[in-house]
Design a protein around this ligand. Structure first.
Ligand code: 16G
Length: 282
């Protein structure tokens, strides 16, 4: 994954190193970590650092620039939070993709695979858990089934063009998916094959910050912004066929909903303020 600019030298045969003492300017240019951030941004803008290029290790960067590791860490962390850089656990820091958010419709009941394919991206899945067992009290309540009834649990890291964007934890009644191993890349395809395609869903979104383990999976900084989404999806008869709780990277998606006045004009009155904002789908 590490590109040829790992040592921070100029591309195209030129050899002026990007990271060397004196590159950060004098004290009048502001705090050191901001100057280092500006240097990295300039390197990207000039094409000296490109998407997926590896940066030198913190220790090396500090030595090359004559600054402390604390300064380097602070500068890199800020750029990771902004999505300019990405950190892969145990393997270093890379130049991120130029920010391009994926559009996720909020007004149609579609699957991750459909949304990504429709927008010209390649969806991917890394399985974190695929199991079945008796429903806990909470799971039973969410799915509207008896406690102890069999459920299938599917926890996945969802990728777009190879980059992780979301962690999805789905539970479905085992009556819909008895064998978790039968789910391939798309849960909705598996439900459709079983004649259990959801036709309606209620989705809730909330802003959260990522915990340590989620951040690691999503290759984001711990504490960085994310969107927590819960989707409860229903069969035509009204029974719940899916409850999925997800964490999407805050910088990955634009959630787009089309709004219109209802024909009887009810949409002109927003009604009483409510702390819960619901988006009905279907
Ligand atoms: C979407 C849904 C998720 C559903 C999945 C199925 C949101 C926030 N979540 O990611 O509830 O389980 O699609 O996708 O939209 P799949 O068929 O590709 O597995």
């Amino acid at each position: 994954m590490a590109g040829p600019a790992a040592e921070g030298t100029m591309r195209g045969g030129a050899t002026t190193p990007l990271f060397r003492p004196g590159r950060l300017g004098g004290e009048e240019a502001g705090p050191l970590y901001l100057r280092l951030q500006a240097l990295i941004r300039a390197g990207i803008a000039e094409g000296r650092l490109r998407t997926n290029d590896a940066l030198p290790a913190e220790r090396e960067l500090a030595a090359q620039l004559g600054v402390s590791r604390v300064t380097v860490r602070k500068a890199l962390r800020g750029l990771v939070d902004e999505g300019v850089l990405r950190q892969r656990h145990g393997s270093g820091t890379y130049v991120g993709r130029p920010a391009e958010r994926i559009r996720q419709p909020l007004s149609r009941l579609t699957s991750f695979t459909e949304d990504m394919t429709a927008s010209g991206h390649v969806p991917g899945t890394r399985w974190l858990d695929r199991s079945s067992g008796p429903a806990t009290a909470e799971e039973a309540e969410l799915l509207g089934i008896a406690p102890g009834a069999a459920v299938t649990r599917l926890t996945r890291l969802r990728l777009v063009d190879g980059d992780p964007v979301a962690i999805e934890r789905a539970i479905v009644p085992a009556t819909a998916i008895p064998d978790p191993a039968k789910v391939g890349t798309s849960l909705y395809d598996a439900l459709a094959s079983a004649g259990m395609q959801p036709v309606r869903a209620v989705q809730r979104l909330a802003a959260v910050s990522l915990g340590e383990s989620e951040a690691r999976l999503l290759e984001a900084a711990p504490g960085s912004a994310a969107v927590a989404i819960e989707r409860i999806a229903y069969l035509p008869g009204g029974s719940v066929v899916e409850c999925t709780r997800s964490h999407y990277r805050g910088d990955a998606c634009d959630f787009v909903a089309e709004l219109s006045l209802s024909p009887n004009g009810a949409g002109t009155d927003a009604g009483p303020a409510s702390p819960t904002h619901q988006t009905s789908q279907g």
